[in-house]
Design a protein around this ligand. Structure first.
Ligand code: EPZ
Length: 423
């Protein structure tokens, strides 16, 4: 099992490239199931979660191959086993995304009910409510969701997809994919507006779907008879980009971040500027610099276009070094605070109060052995390690490998001192 040894504090400089988005690529991989023939994602990132989805697709009977030059090739001409097995889906919740496409294309599917995970209870009730509205019969059998379309196929409907924490990203993806092949018109109200959902909708339209209202909370989908495979480069990963922006700020450095669209990151840029960073659009990305005090700022996570929950932990690392107090409130996953205790081991002063954390800024962080608990929490520990005095040891690095491709190599190329050690 790999660990990271991180020497700090360091100064960073230079240019860093952002990969294709994990959370855009996963639903596009599921969308490939809607069409016979070969779908290509030329810039699919080479990450553990993507590889788990490849395993899932292969287990369905789909042919998947990765070619370093031309990306990920998914040929879904044949699907002979429409079952998302527990052992695969439990490792990667995005596995639930095969539900909509397989129901639409084959009329039946069985997928293991995903469990909870380190960031909290993550139900799929809204996904199921949406698919039922399209006419699907859904039963739970031995931990599996068993779904069947009516004999005439799925039919369009007006569907409200809001939940107690706002819209649902993968729920919108699932219902939107199912509706592309349903008879008639589907209207999804309270659809998620995340750029990754818009990217999937644009990909589906390139496959022949008829979706309008893309990027808004009201999607209209006119069902079509069939879809064709496409080659679809996904958008740059705004969460990886945001992580590198924090890397520049927390080390009091300047970085050029390439292959990201800061128009998709307005809330993040707003908070960075409030904290004292200079952020300027430049050459397919942005330049981020912070020289001077880190100012405190309050942050509340919300569905897009609000501040993303997937950057909450990284900003907590940054604000732990602010010259004052900040309040960070989680409105998507109220329990997503596993990093708090670990950062306190590094001399941060964080106090959890319900769904909020009071961040009392400290003058310096001090290296310590810490444990990664989930993907974004581990990214936060790496950021804290680069700013802390001494050598921080991060255990369970496999969490970070789920969503960042060789993060240590990218950061070392701009001045970090991170060693991956197989222990
Ligand atoms: C996606 O998860 C992302 N995953 C998550 O990224 C991200 O944190 C999340 O959206 C929110 O932005 C992928 O894209 C693969 P939701 P998803 O359904 O779609 C509740 C990362 O670090 N809810 O939008 O599963 C839910 O519990 C990951 O890359 C229901 O109540 O999230 C949460 O409170 C982690 N019932 C809220 O809605 C449902 O049926 C939003 O969750 C579905 C969700």
């Amino acid at each position: 099992m790999d660990i990271f040894e991180i020497d700090g504090p360091v100064k960073l400089s230079g240019s860093i490239d952002v990969a294709g988005s994990k959370n855009a690529a996963l639903p596009v991989m599921a969308a490939a199931l809607l069409a016979a023939g070969e779908t290509v994602i030329p810039n699919a990132p080479n990450l553990a979660d993507i590889r788990s989805f490849e395993t899932l697709l292969t287990s369905l009977g789909v042919s998947v191959r990765r070619d370093d030059k031309h990306g990920l090739h998914i040929d879904a001409t044949t699907i002979d086993n429409p079952v998302g097995e527990y052992d695969i889906v439990r490792k990667m919740r995005a596995g639930i995304c095969i539900l909509g496409p397989l129901l639409a294309r084959l009329g039946k599917v069985k997928v293991s009910m995903p469990g909870g995970c380190a960031i909290g209870d993550r139900p799929v009730d809204i996904h199921l409510r949406g698919l039922k509205a399209l006419g699907a019969r859904i039963n739970l059998e031995n931990g599996y969701i068993v779904a069947e379309a009516p004999s005439g196929g799925l039919r369009g409907a007006q569907i409200f997809l809001g939940g107690p924490f706002g819209s649902t990203v993968l729920g919108t993806d699932n219902v939107m994919m199912a509706a592309t092949l349903a008879k008639g018109t589907t209207i999804i109200e309270s659809a998620a507006c995340e750029p990754e959902v818009a990217d999937l909708a644009n990909c589906l339209n390139a496959m022949g779907a008829k979706i309008s209202g893309i990027g808004s909370p009201r999607l209209t989908i006119e069902g079509v008879r069939e879809l064709s495979p496409v080659s679809w480069p996904v958008i740059g990963d705004r969460i990886e980009a945001g992580t590198f922006m924090v890397a520049a700020a927390i080390t009091q450095s300047r970085l050029q971040i390439r292959n990201c669209d800061i128009n998709n990151m307005i809330a993040v840029v707003d908070r960075l500027r409030c904290i004292g960073a200079v952020v300027e659009a430049a050459d397919g990305g942005c330049d981020v610099a912070l020289h001077g005090p880190i100012r405190p700022a309050d942050i509340t996570t919300q569905p897009y276009p609000g501040f993303p929950t997937d950057l909450q932990a990284q900003f907590m690392a940054l604000l732990s070094l602010a010259d004052g107090n900040s309040v960070i409130t989680e409105k998507i996953y109220p329990d997503r605070f596993m990093h708090v205790a670990e950062m306190n081991r590094m001399a941060a002063n964080l106090r959890k109060e319900g769904p909020s954390v009071i961040v009392a800024g400290v003058e310096k962080l001090i290296a310590a052995p810490v444990m990664a608990s989930d993907l974004r929490a581990s990214a936060a520990l790496v950021l804290a390690g680069m700013a802390a005095t001494g050598t921080t040891v991060v255990q369970r690095v496999y969490h970070i490998d789920r969503g960042y491709d060789k993060i240590e190599q990218k950061l070392n190329a701009v001045g970090a001192k991170i060693r991956r050690i197989d222990v």
